[in-house]
Design a protein around this ligand. Sequence first.
Ligand SMILES: Nc1ncnc2c1ncn2[C@@H]1O[C@H](COP(=O)(O)OP(=O)(O)O)[C@@H](O)[C@H]1O
Ligand SMILES: [Mg+2]
Length: 275
Amino acid sequence: MRKPLVISVVNHKGGVLKTTTTTNLGAALARKGYKVLLVDLDAQQNLTTGLIGTVQYQEGELTLFDALLDETPVDHLIRETSEKNLDIIPVTEDFAGADISLVSAVGRESILKNCFNQSKSLHNYDFIFLDNPPSISLVVMNALVVSDYFFVPCSSEYLPMMGLTLLGNSIGKMEKIAPNLKPLGVLLTMFSRNERICRQVESALRKELGDMVFNSKVRVNTKAKAAPSVAKTIFQYENSPKGRGTEDYLTVADEFLERITAQEEALNFKDVANG
Ligand SMILES: Nc1ncnc2c1ncn2[C@@H]1O[C@H](COP(=O)(O)OP(=O)(O)O)[C@@H](O)[C@H]1O
Ligand SMILES: [Mg+2]
């Protein structure tokens, strides 16, 4: 497989498990032996706080926001987490100004891509996941432009499901600036077999999107709510192979690997066929 593969975790809806999935899918892949980097692109700092605790903005210290402003490498921002093979680029509160600052930048959708292209240590990773804010903003556009794939967690409810059309339309419009961006799929989250609406949403989505919907799902899990409060992944928090979140995210990781391998092989084939 090419290295690194960059995956945007996106949905303009909040609360659909973008951050939880970035954390725990990343941790599952790290536990399977892949080198994984997570990047927090949301000024709310949920990914950062849930993995390494809140990182305070220090006057004079260079942040991810500065890297974007100056179009410089991001290598120095990488930190280790308590999971082996899992690193993070944290975000600090100053990042709240990113969208406004990007508006007037030349080539404003490709700034993050330029930062990544100059960063030497990113080649050490198999996968880089970008945890996006709940918006369709310049930050998200920058994430999509630097990404090979986008991956959409969607909670098993009516309104988030309806919002997927809007998301699809917005991403579709990016074809010119992100010609190589491919969909990886939609992951149903907060699923509960006993709730009729969850079953209805699942069948409607499968009818509408077919194979794009992951077979694996993330079930409702109270432990997953608590894990970030002590800066732990679900694997560390449940500490049992039978944990609900542990099982779910290992299954999601297997399907993620299957799907991405299939797509990468198809791409290689196309490249060879085209000489
Ligand atoms: N499996 C789960 N079941 C129920 N709630 C969950 C689960 N996983 C995470 N949560 C909680 O759901 C909320 C939203 O999750 P989050 O990943 O922050 O969503 P997003 O990043 O899309 O806004 C958080 O409070 C989180 O603790
Ligand atoms: Mg989030």
